[in-house]
Design a protein around this ligand. Structure first.
Ligand SMILES: [Zn+2]
Length: 197
C-alpha cells in the first residue's frame, strides 16, 4: 500500500480489541469512520477511506476505481448491518434493513460452500467494492448463524459509534475500549459523585 493513499482524516488508532478471527473484518467495516480535523465526533468514511481500508485488507485491488455510487451502496449496507447490531442489543428487528441485506447479498453473488475449509467457505461473484462487501456479508451471515453475532455491540459513548465484540460473561459490555470511552465514562461518573457530595 502506498503511504500517500492513507487519508489524514482516517481514524488511525483504533484502541478497540479485535473481534475473533474473520469477525474482525465485519467489526472493522462497521467501525470505520473519518474525523474532521480535531473533531472527536466520527463521520461516515469517505470514498478514499473505504478504498484504503478495503485495499489494506486485500479485498480491493489498489488500481480499482471506486465510484460515488459504490460508496453510497456500501454505506447503505453498513447501516443495515449496524441495525442488525442494534437488534442484538435488544432493539426490535428492522425489517427494511434485513431486506436490504438480502438484496445486497444477491447483488454481490455471495454463496457458501459446504465442505470447504473455513477461510474458503464464502465465494463472491461480484468484483470491485461489491465483491469486497460480499465477503463481509458472507462473514456476517455465518456469524449470525453460529451465534457470534449476538456479541456485537455499539459503544455506549454518545460521540463514539465504534462496534466492539463483547467478551463479558453476561454480555453486558458497554464501551469499545476501557482505555478510551470506558475511562472517560469513569471520569465522568467520578466527577458527578464529587459534585453530589
Ligand atoms: Zn467508544
Amino acid at each position: 500500500m502506498e503511504a500517500g493513499l492513507v487519508p489524514r482524516s482516517v481514524h488511525e488508532e483504533d484502541a478497540t480489541r479485535a473481534a475473533p478471527d474473520d469477525l474482525e473484518l465485519v467489526r472493522g467495516f462497521l467501525s470505520l469512520h473519518d474525523h474532521e480535523h480535531g473533531e472527536p465526533e466520527g463521520m461516515p468514511p469517505s470514498l478514499e477511506s473505504l478504498r484504503w481500508w478495503l485495499g489494506a485488507r486485500e479485498l480491493l485491488p489498489a488500481e480499482e476505481h471506486v465510484r460515488d455510487q459504490d460508496l453510497a451502496w456500501a454505506l447503505r449496507v453498513r447501516d443495515a448491518l449496524t441495525a442488525k447490531v442494534r437488534e442484538s442489543m435488544g432493539e426490535p428487528r428492522d425489517e427494511e434493513a434485513t431486506a436490504l441485506l438480502n438484496r445486497a447479498a444477491e447483488e454481490t453473488g455471495v454463496r457458501v460452500c459446504f465442505g470447504c475449509a473455513e477461510g474458503d467457505a464464502i465465494h463472491v461473484e461480484a468484483g470491485g467494492v461489491r465483491g469486497a462487501i460480499g465477503q463481509i456479508l458472507g462473514t456476517a451471515f455465518l456469524a449470525e448463524l453460529d451465534g457470534r453475532w449476538e456479541r456485537f455491540r455499539i459503544c455506549h459513548d454518545a460521540g463514539c459509534s465504534t462496534v466492539f465484540f463483547d467478551r463479558s460473561k453476561n454480555k453486558s459490555g458497554k464501551w469499545c475500549s476501557m482505555s478510551s470511552c470506558g475511562n472517560r465514562a469513569k471520569v465522568r461518573a467520578f466527577r458527578a459523585r464529587q459534585a453530589a457530595e
